[in-house]
Design a protein around this ligand. Sequence first.
Ligand code: BG6
Length: 364
Amino acid sequence: DAGEHESFMHKEILEQPAAAERVMRGRLNDRFATGHLGGLNLDARELRAIRRVKVLGCGSAYYVGEMGATLIEELARIPASAEAASEFRYRNPIIEPDTLYVAVSQSGETIDTLLAVQEIRRKGGRVIGLVNVVGSAIAREVDGGIYLHAGPEVAVASTKALTNMFLGFAMLALQLGRVRDLSIADGRRLIAGLNALPGKIEQVLATEERLEAIAERLAAAESLFFVGRVRGFPVAREGAQKFKEISYRHAEAYQTSELKHGPLALISPAVPTVAIVPDDELVERNVAALHEIAARGGPLVVVTHDDVELQGLDAERVVVPRTERELDPILLTIPLQLLAYHAAKHLGHDIDKPRNLAKSVTVE
Ligand code: BG6
């Protein structure tokens, strides 16, 4: 059982700093400022020959796959995208020999992801896995990969495995980048950022009480938006997914930039928005879009960095520590886990076993 913890999900949220340390242990090379991922089974020439990266996963693994694709494009400048593994093989995908396919799965047993892997390999493609469960079906099927070392994850809603998936992608992106044009200075900057992350995750977890109070207010709403842009959009998608799967409230993720092209019509005092607003290139545009929500009476929770100028916006501010810009998504994700968790708890739901869902779905 969950021991002294009120649920496995809560236990697993709190385990994230230790889990993050485990996934990085021995996998960062300081001398050459690169990732050192022994299990990829790809030498430097093969790493350099990769022209495209395609990430496949389901649910949270798909959303963290989008975060990972963004990291790979930013650090390695290789075109990268993520796709729901459940859809992949039904559009007769073109499998290319110079594409690296990455299958992401906590359990390693999700049938949709496994079938995508088998389809790729059947057509001669190369697949690596980001998998938590050692010896699982996907782990056995891939050409190489990165074990996540998150420890057993019991709650249906993924938390520590997802964090370690992100870190796995960061190390992979670093390694792909450092056989290309990512400088040693940038490599060092990222390694320092990665090493500091477990302590910063701890700092986010220390704000739980405040997040609990906000979550109780959000739980009263029948419908919510989660919005973000670029690095922040997969964070919003993951936040909405967590919220809907355990609180049973309608939570919809949207690009902040697209609000004005439709969903703004739904904004009212009854529909809160959780906005992801890191202090990045888009911060001013993001804040301007949030003023459009406030003008329609929409309650706002803004997940952001300290000193971000909200221009008088009437909003509840949730501050996460600064890190390297590329690594922002993971620190922005952690408060959303706690918002979903406390909303569900407040509503009295079975947090570890939400209705209609299974931890791993082994039928198509
Ligand atoms: C689901 C779970 O159906 O499977 C999600 O409800 C999870 O929480 C998804 O993200 C993928 O699971 P896995 O084991 O492949 O990472």
